[in-house]
Ligand binder design. Sequence first.
Ligand SMILES: NC(=O)c1ccc[n+]([C@@H]2O[C@H](COP(=O)([O-])OP(=O)(O)OC[C@H]3O[C@@H](n4cnc5c(N)ncnc54)[C@H](O)[C@@H]3O)[C@@H](O)[C@H]2O)c1
Length: 291
Amino acid sequence: MKEFKDKVALITGAAHGFGMKFAEEAASRGMKLALLDQDNKALTELCNQLKNENIEVLELIADVTEEQEVYDAIEKVMSKYGQIDLLINDAGAATGGPIWEVPTRDWEWILHADLMSQVYTLRKVLPIMMKQENGGDVLNVASVAGLMSTAGSPMYVSTKFGVVGMTEAVAYDLQAYKQNKIHMHVFAPAFVHTNLDHTEDYRPEKYSDKNDPYYQSETFKKVLALNTKEITTGMPLDNMGKIVFKGLEDNKFYILTHPGLNPLITGRAEDAINGKAPDLKKAMSFMTKAH
Ligand SMILES: NC(=O)c1ccc[n+]([C@@H]2O[C@H](COP(=O)([O-])OP(=O)(O)OC[C@H]3O[C@@H](n4cnc5c(N)ncnc54)[C@H](O)[C@@H]3O)[C@@H](O)[C@H]2O)c1
């Protein structure tokens, strides 16, 4: 995407963290915004601030794990603007724990918040972009945990590998269907200091059960503590909007943030070719390079 001015960006997860930075960067480049989040208070605050700066913005309160809410939001964007030039699938959550202890409801939550949410938007937005003369761009937010596996959260790793694989596969299909004016991108950062340490605040009611003893367990307490530690010691958030929009401008498919992790990404591919099993020591070396 070379020209941003007067184009329309739909950004999910815009109320905090990366999504908020993407919204601010899009606004600074003259885009019209449609911002979606489930946190109505924080989203309204951001939208009011942008409106005060004379930015055109549509506020969309929706839960991305609810398919129909996502479709209704996209209809509202089309009613107001009649086009979507940039879709950023950013909304997401993170939790961890061993597969033999974590309730399947946590898997359902992360799978729907981080992966199915992107399926819902892509199903509706890609056909819109196919009809547009200038096509459009899509950025799916994954994680470096979608390019190399790590210890501690099989469900997060599964969904992020899913996002990377899905984005690559959709890019092939767009080429096969000669949709060359639609450009796919995938963002794969390591730890960045966003609001993700408060991810439990966004857990939708349908994925909660206060009576499940798991949520009082030492395992769950450790998951929360580790999440807080990793996120609050992450890279500063400030430049992330600029890094990602430069990646879009340069039409980069993969947009990465932590070059120190590159040997682990290539190392995983080599291990796969050589039939080597995952090595916990190697995975733990990730933790030191991921901030
Ligand atoms: N921060 C990191 O270190 C890091 C690293 C790699 C990938 N990511 C990914 O970046 C994305 C954004 O996370 P972030 O770090 O900016 O966290 P964040 O918590 O600061 O922002 C996430 C936003 O998504 C919204 N959200 C969550 N669930 C939602 C739902 N069901 N419906 C609608 N909105 C919902 C939240 O309200 C919040 O505004 C996530 O997909 C996350 O997995 C983050």
